[in-house]
Unconditional design. Structure first.
Length: 384
């Protein structure tokens, strides 16, 4: 079987639990798993998503809680999650790093690469205690977005400006080291890379504006190119590092260079199916929609649109292997604490039960019936 048509995933539709842990501009530590109550209700949450046919989920480790001093690991925040996944029969794609590093670690130093590799290797060994299945890891989530927010905008630690490019390169080094580490523990390991998928609409149709928009849009592929060794090969990138390409796509992912968002339905909106086709042609790797979702009443309409575009891309031969509803639970905004109604599941009551957003549940069930029947067979193989 052609590797582009193999899938390691238990289900085509997936659910993602927001697991961000960055430090904000005010110095406060984000901990989305706690804010959602997912740290306490992980067993109930996994059972709930599995009941909706979401047998594959994205979730994450909280490095700052696990390695509180160099080389000293406390897995008590993660072991209950591993057990809950095993008990619920849910396959988890584990984010090793979802924006946050331990406070004692200088993100600019060579120690970041060394400690990331050691942490990844130790985590892979712990995970093997709970499952014999081939693991799927996301070593570092959204490298380009973190580099922008923390290296150019000073919104997140290390609060830098004008250093996004160097921060991106530093994170690439750590990501490659982590990938090599998890594969040393289990050569079957698959690796998912998640980056925003955007489209820049030129201000006008003049040649200069067209070139500017094209050049800005091209920067979104720098992380994948670095991982694959297509640029900056001194960072250690190689073709086999770039395994599964994950695209994070939301309704606000198309804008003009002036920063004006382009709404769905606008004549300048670019169909998501063509963006999927472009990325598959560029890298020749399997693809998933690693994050997608909308707020409030737009939830069911948005997943309807995304699924339709994915189906069009698959019919054109693009090896799209999944769609992850993200976040699957409503969650408080990172900066203002506002409850963001994005999920299939709402805030838990005193008994730990989460209400279900019925319009999204109904649309999801319909799409599962239409699309999962023809999903490719599940094959667990290591990256070539």
């Amino acid at each position: 079987m052609d590797r582009a048509h193999e899938t390691p995933f238990e289900s085509f539709f997936m659910g993602g639990f927001d697991c961000a842990t960055q430090r904000r501009r005010d110095g406060a530590r984000v901990d989305s798993l706690v804010w959602q109550g997912h740290d306490r209700l992980v067993g109930e949450d996994y059972a709930a998503v599995a009941a909706h046919g979401l047998r594959t989920v994205r979730d994450g480790l909280r490095w700052h809680l696990i390695e509180k001093a160099p080389g000293q690991y406390d897995w008590s925040s993660w072991r209950p999650m591993l057990k809950a996944a095993r008990d619920a029969g849910v396959q988890v794609i584990w984010d090793l790093w979802h924006y946050g590093t331990p406070d004692w670690l200088d993100i600019w130093s060579p120690a970041l690469v060394e400690r990331m590799a050691a942490f990844a290797e130790a985590a892979a060994k712990v995970r093997a205690e709970y499952s014999d299945e081939a693991p799927i890891w996301c070593p570092l989530n959204e490298i380009s977005y973190f580099a922008y927010m923390a290296g150019d905008q000073a919104e997140w630690a290390p609060y830098a400006r004008g250093q996004g490019g160097e921060l991106k390169r530093q994170l690439i080094r750590a990501a490659i080291a982590a990938t090599d580490a998890v594969r040393r523990v289990d050569p079957r390991a698959r690796v998912l890379w998640c980056e925003p998928c955007v489209h820049i609409v030129p201000q006008t149709m003049g040649a200069d504006d067209l070139d500017h928009a094209r050049n800005v849009a091209e920067t979104q592929w720098e992380v994948f190119d670095m991982l694959a060794g297509r640029r900056d090969p001194e960072l250690g990138g190689r073709p086999e590092i770039l395994d599964i390409v994950g695209l994070n796509f939301y309704s606000h992912n198309q804008w003009t260079p002036a920063g004006n968002f382009v709404p769905l339905g606008h004549h300048s909106w670019r169909p998501f199916s063509t963006m999927l086709t472009d990325i598959a042609s560029r890298y020749g790797r399997p693809v998933i929609v690693a994050e997608t979702g909308a707020e409030g009443s737009a939830r069911s309409a948005w997943i309807h649109y995304v699924a339709g575009e994915v189906e069009a891309a698959r019919e054109a031969g693009v090896p799209v292997q999944g769609i992850c509803l993200y976040p699957i639970c409503n969650y408080p905004g990172w900066n203002d604490g506002r409850i963001c109604p994005t999920g299939l599941l709402g805030p838990a009551d005193e008994q730990g039960r989460r209400p279900v957003h019925l319009p999204l549940a109904r649309e999801l069930a319909r799409l599962q019936g239409d699309m999962e029947v023809e999903a490719p067979p599940r094959v667990l193989l290591a990256a070539e």
